[in-house]
Design a protein around this ligand. Structure first.
Ligand code: BTN
Length: 226
């Protein structure tokens, strides 16, 4: 493995959340920079906005990556979201799947969610001291209780070897998380789901029509109202 991500791997049978496990390893100083925590199952998988992440046992990737950046300012932390989303899109491309990013960091294939990312950063003053990059990626699950989900196996009609998918993903992260701000922002914008297409959105004022045009340097979505 070239790069820090994946040099140290913890393989667990079951855990509450790999992100929580990673946080504990960091506070107990028991892991290296770039450590990866994988679990066959999570009893309390965390999603964005306080949601749960539910995933069948041994069928998918439930993984957290510990990253201690050299010198990353708080305003640069958005590059972690961009780099991780791009790594997943590029990994899927290697498997012949064309994916897009539904803002901020859901990965979609043909209007179905295949992967979600939960990044939890620890800050020290104006710097990012640790980042826990949590990734849920549907690999071999064939049935979902909700309709708008898919997996690599469903898209390709073929069960995959989880370790192979994981290694390809880590290789992509080892490359993309070290790219510069402008590169990542442009690439991320080019992969935004529904970009330039008239769509319906909702804000505090209600439902409106508009087009996604890109993101700000802070990572906020830019929508032009019709
Ligand atoms: C989302 O789409 O809401 C984000 C889902 C993130 C799920 C992953 S699975 C591995 C890691 N551990 C967690 O508890 N959550 C993330």
């Amino acid at each position: 493995m070239k790069g820090i991500f994946g040099v140290q791997i913890f393989n667990l049978d079951e855990v509450d959340s790999t992100n929580n496990f990673a946080a504990k390893l960091i506070s107990d100083q028991l892991c290296q920079n770039g450590a990866v925590i994988m679990s066959d199952y999570q009893t309390l998988g965390k999603g964005q906005r306080g949601n749960h992440w539910i995933s069948n046992k041994r069928e998918n990737i439930m993984m957290s990556v510990v990253y201690q950046p050299d010198n990353m300012s708080v305003s640069e932390q958005i590059t972690l979201t961009w780099g991780t989303s791009l790594a997943i899109v590029e990994l899927l491309a290697e498997f012949g799947i064309s994916a897009q990013v539904k803002w901020p960091n859901d990965i979609y294939v043909n209007r179905k969610k295949i992967s979600g990312v939960l990044i939890e950063n620890q800050l020290m003053g104006q710097r990012v001291s640790f980042s826990i990059i949590g990734i849920g990626l549907n690999v071999n699950q064939l049935e979902f209780s909700f309709t708008n989900a898919t997996s690599i196996a469903l898209e390709k009609n073929k069960i995959q070897i989880i370790e192979e998918v994981r290694n390809t993903l880590l290789a992509k992260m080892n490359d993309l998380l070290f790219k510069d701000f402008i590169f990542l922002k442009q690439k991320y914008e080019s992969l935004l789901f529904l970009k330039d297409l008239e769509s319906e959105f909702e804000d505090e004022q209600g439902v409106f029509k508009g087009k996604i045009k890109g993101v700000t340097d802070e990572g906020l979505l830019i929508i032009w109202k019709e």
